[in-house]
Design a protein around this ligand. Sequence first.
Ligand code: SF4
Length: 133
Amino acid sequence: MAKRNRGSLQLRHVDAGSCNGCELEIASIFSPVYDAERFGMRLEASPRHADGLLVTGPVTRNMADPLRKTFEAVPNPRVVVAVGDCARNCGVFSGAYGVEGAVADVVPVDLEIPGCPPDPQTIITALRGLSGT
Ligand code: SF4
């Protein structure tokens, strides 16, 4: 994976339909134990101030359009990171009536982080490949 954001990575998180397990692990990477901010990573409130999106969960039908709109609001060059097996391939929610598809079925994905959920160190290591830190 190319290093696109050297030294810094500001991400807007979008929960597209997660069970909240991946959110707990994402919250953990910003805890004092893992401290992802020391690698220049931060969560941004506005997609207009972000380098990319951190997307969790399968994309539900209700979240497909909000995800597309949030993606369009991120300035170019932008990256999309699919966090967890549900984001990668719908995981345990595959085939569920309310699921539109995986994240890559809705917006282009640059990086996938496997796991159900992925542990904090796995998330940080993958994101460092993007930030170049
Ligand atoms: S990958 Fe696992 S922890 Fe993450 S949203 Fe899906 S079921 Fe939940």
